[in-house]
Design a protein around this ligand. Structure first.
Ligand code: SF4
Length: 373
């Protein structure tokens, strides 16, 4: 059964979600080794041997957030210990530092801060964030604002998603993170992130971005309460979304898939207890990494592990399970580090290069849209 599924994949056929579930449920070593081998061969065919990385900096402009996702150790109420909200000068200082360290990208996301308004409007505040960076550094690629943030702005200002995305693009947003996806399954979302946008809304906002010419990434938060069936449902929705963008000739699409295994060490207690462990299980993350490559690779060729979640050793191992990219330098990482991740908060370029060298594969610096630099 496993051999027949893997042969289908090697012949270039798209697997069904049911076939993906069969792969995810394998426990014997030889089947898992065959899945790994297939993912690695498909990676080679679909993305080549070069492992890429991007020099980027995260800027989380606030952690004040109206929501209470059950996995989130980052959020704070206004005035609470540890709450922060960067002003324009602080944001500019971080962007200036990033440029001094050769960054090509700023990745900017934040909590859903009801106080973040200008003249009563949420959109003007976000546009000012964009202009703060782009007026000073027009050459920087601004990868900013999750679908959840787009919905938040639209709700606060009574605008359509299209109006919000078009305004952000016009101001200088170059692409959007496909975060807040968690698991695209409303039964999971009701427990994990009950206040967040539902599956259909996430898909609608990302598809709108593609239609308006804003590329996005895609992500999955794995290894908590979700089942293999729900994992495959998630990947199936991402694949369909990409097929829609390509079939309709949208000006943009999904640039990459990033697996984000759940780190629970500092997560709020109820979910942490329910999941029952603090750090991801590497073997589970690697099997899912391989199945994601096999399932999505015909449509989304770039796959990235998270060194923040898995540590650099784990992420380097994932490069043998279907990944072709090692992500970014980040320069500072708050969201997962506050959750207790052990991977660190920044990575030097040389460290990423050495990790790739250890696999005897060539490396290359890329921009956000996977163009080699
Ligand atoms: S995950 Fe994002 S939306 Fe959810 S509580 Fe944390 S900061 Fe807020």
């Amino acid at each position: 059964m496993v051999d027949a599924i893997l042969n289908d994949a090697l012949a270039g056929r798209d697997l069904s979600p049911e076939q993906g579930v069969v792969l995810l449920k394998q426990t014997d070593r030889s089947s898992i080794a065959a899945i790994k081998e297939t993912a690695d061969r498909l990676r080679q065919q679909q993305a080549g041997d070069r492992v890429t990385y991007v020099i980027n900096r995260n800027i989380n402009f606030t952690n004040i957030c109206e929501q209470h996702c059950s996995f989130c150790a980052f959020r704070r109420d206004e005035g609470e210990d540890g709450a922060f909200w960067l002003d324009t000068a602080q944001i500019l200082e971080k962007a200036t530092d990033a440029v001094g360290r050769n960054a090509t990208e700023i990745c900017m996301q934040g909590g859903l801060n009801l106080g973040a308004k200008i003249s009563g409007g949420s959109l003007p505040y976000y546009l000012q964030l964009v202009k703060t960076i782009k007026q000073e550094f027009p050459q920087l690629h601004l990868h900013a604002f999750s679908p959840q943030e787009v919905q938040f702005i639209a709700r606060e200002d009574n605008l359509s998603y299209e109006e919000v995305i078009a305004a952000l693009k016009e101001a200088g947003v170059d692409s959007m993170p496909g975060t807040a996806a968690e698991v695209l399954d409303d039964d999971v979302r009701r427990i994990l992130c009950p206040e967040k946008i539902d599956t259909a809304t996430w898909l609608e906002i990302v598809s709108t971005a593609h239609r308006l010419g804003v590329p996005t990434t895609s992500t999955m938060l794995s290894g908590h309460i979700e089942t293999p069936e729900q994992q495959m449902g998630h990947l199936d929705r991402l694949r369909s979304l990409q097929q829609t963008a390509l079939a309709r000739g949208y000006r943009a699409a999904i640039t990459e898939f990033i697996l984000l295994p759940f780190v629970g060490q500092e997560a709020p207690k109820p979910l942490r207890h329910r999941v029952g462990r603090d750090q991801p299980i590497l073997a589970d993350a690697l099997l899912l990494t391989a199945v994601a490559r096999i399932f999505l690779g015909n449509w989304i060729p770039n796959h990235q592990p998270s060194w923040v979640k898995l540590s650099l050793d784990g992420a380097t191992e994932a490069l043998k399970w279907g990944c072709n990219d090692l992500g970014g330098t980040l320069m500072e990482e708050h969201i997962t580090t506050m959750a207790g991740a052990v991977g660190g908060t920044c990575m030097e370029v040389e460290t990423l290069q050495q990790a790739i060298n250890s696999l005897d594969r060539p490396y290359g610096q890329r921009d956000t849209l996977y163009r080699l630099l």
